[in-house]
Design a protein around this ligand. Structure first.
Ligand SMILES: NC(=O)c1ccc[n+]([C@@H]2O[C@H](COP(=O)([O-])OP(=O)(O)OC[C@H]3O[C@@H](n4cnc5c(N)ncnc54)[C@H](OP(=O)(O)O)[C@@H]3O)[C@@H](O)[C@H]2O)c1
Length: 281
């Protein structure tokens, strides 16, 4: 389901604890509040450092502190948003305060749901892989369910992430591929957008104009793929007039090995996701 960012949602009336209010945890909290899906009074979050907790507590309309156990004792949903390397210590700390009525949603890259479940026997766990465009309501989140998660747990997680973009439920074996493609993907697209805008600047366009042309073009092309369901190659052919300009541009892309470079970038990121969990901080 896709909604516009300003659209109001039916409140969930659930208490949400975000363990690790970093970039992703923070942007998700802000989006849930902006949509009124969860009210600030029902959110609490934690970080590691006292100073950051104080700063974030002032910034956000919900409490932020460093006591993971206290923050999770009363939660309906615990969103685990720390780095994978600190996951074990955090789970050990909060496991006594999490009940079987709590839904744990982990957004940790590369961490299998079984590794989380080990600390929370019988507690429903859902693994989610969102991306940063969730901040503007155009995210892509993939969910997979742990062994104790029921259909209504999946439905609840879908409702949360539907507020910030599209949501898809897949088998867990796909999660590293998802991490390399849609979670890391925005970074690749930004590099492409930056490069297209630089080209515009090289050709004399003001930078702001060049960036707008690049970003709106990328958005339009992506929208066309999503709306028509056409294969990108067919849509590319429609732009490519025989002996026209585009084919010359495409030949440059082929010479620069853009396809193999992008494929290798996604594969490398997926491999890194696979290795993250085994790495200790
Ligand atoms: N960035 C992305 O695009 C993206 C996409 C999908 C999934 N993810 C996943 O999302 C997770 C967070 O990524 P991020 O980019 O948001 O990282 P981040 O900005 O570094 O945030 C991590 C947060 O965890 C906090 N933290 C560390 N140890 C803690 C502890 N013991 N108790 C409570 N909080 C603790 C940190 O607190 P301090 O600020 O005090 O250090 C920080 O606020 C990662 O597992 C990542 O794999 C990220």
């Amino acid at each position: 389901m896709t909604t516009t960012y300003n659209e109001r949602m039916e409140p969930l009336n659930k208490k949400l604890t975000i363990v690790g209010l970093g970039k992703l945890g923070g942007l998700l909290a802000e989006a849930f509040i902006a949509r009124e899906l969860i009210l600030p009074k029902d959110i609490v979050a934690t970080v590691r450092h006292d100073e950051r907790a104080k700063m974030l507590d002032k910034k956000h309309p919900f409490p932020v502190h460093t006591d993971n156990r206290a923050a999770t004792s009363d939660a309906d949903i615990v969103l685990l948003a720390v780095k994978p390397q600190v996951m074990e210590g955090v789970c050990e700390t909060i496991s006594p305060s999490v009940s079987k009525n709590t839904l744990i949603i982990s957004i940790l890259a590369g961490v299998p749901s079984a590794a989380i479940e080990r600390f929370f026997p019988g507690v429903p766990v859902i693994r989610a892989m969102p991306n940063t465009p969730c901040a503007v309501g155009s995210g892509m989140t993939v969910l997979c369910r742990g062994t104790a998660a029921r259909d209504d747990d999946v439905a609840l997680a879908e409702r949360l992430f539907d507020t910030v973009g599209r949501t898809l439920v897949l088998d867990e074996r796909h999660m590293n591929a998802v991490t390399g493609l849609s979670a890391s993907g925005p970074a690749y697209i930004y590099v492409i957008l930056e490069s297209l805008a630089e080209a515009g600047v090289k050709l004399g366009l003001p930078r702001e104009t060049a960036t707008l042309l690049a970003a709106q073009t990328a958005k339009g092309a992506a929208e066309q793929v999503l709306v028509t369901g056409s294969h990108p190659a067919l849509l590319k052919d429609e732009v490519t007039t025989p002996a026209g300009c585009t084919i010359d541009g495409l030949l440059e892309l082929e010479e620069g090995k853009i396809r193999v470079t992008l494929i290798k970038a996604v594969v490398k990121a997926a491999e890194r996701a696979r290795d993250l969990f085994t790495e200790k901080s």
